[in-house]
Design a binder for this molecule. Sequence first.
Ligand SMILES: CC(=O)N[C@H](C=O)[C@@H](O)[C@H](O)[C@H](O)COP(=O)(O)O
Length: 248
Amino acid sequence: MISKEIVFEQLKGKLVVSCQALEHEPLHGADVMGKMAKAAYVGGASGIRANSAVDIMAIKEYVDLPIIGLVKRDYPGSDVYITATTKEADELIRAGVDMIAIDATTRTRPNGESLESLIAYLKSKGQTIMADVSTYEEAINAVELGVDCVSTTMSGYTPYSPQQCEPDFTLLKRLVETIKIPVFAEGRISTPEEVCQALDMGAHTVVVGSAITRPQEITKRFVQSIQNKGGNQDAGTNGIKEQIRRIN
Ligand SMILES: CC(=O)N[C@H](C=O)[C@@H](O)[C@H](O)[C@H](O)COP(=O)(O)O
């Protein structure tokens, strides 16, 4: 595990590539994610964001880059699915990651756990914590609870945050203007220009997932461009945003 200071230094002004494919996605599989991470590394990525201990272990076989780990798991009675409880946190600690991403919304967590207790637990284990937030207020709350950085990951994926197809640069701007810890830009960043825009706005690091590592979504964008100009190409099954919702 790289120290917090070094990991933030290594990622400053850089690109992290999110390599994730859940069970229903065509590229699901730890070895595929390892190869995807290798491709991201060859392309110049400075870090990897990955879901599940098994994927993370495979990715480590292929690349020696800082890893932001998370575990997506659904629980009945809770909408929180990104590192929801200490169980998922322990899986990531055992896998050995450089940073643990947690849902830092204030929604009800499974098993009677709270955001506060999860953050306290991770801190007691010496882990570096990324707070995935959907609003400014959630970010402020997470900072007060002691997280090490925040990411705009969840904007658009809670019912009370802006529902938009573009990255939430409004949230990013507000966060970089007020928060003293690193702010990561993440969520629906689809072009190199948007990456640069986020960095120019003050993002510490930019995380890109679907636009690089979900080929079904990349294909869909090309197909949609044909449809938009009046062509007769078949539509895929879902738009990027709908697909991510399905994943969740
Ligand atoms: C909302 C949610 O569950 N996001 C997940 C978080 O790990 C991933 O499915 C996203 O791919 C990741 O955040 C990167 O975002 P984008 O794929 O839009 O570049």
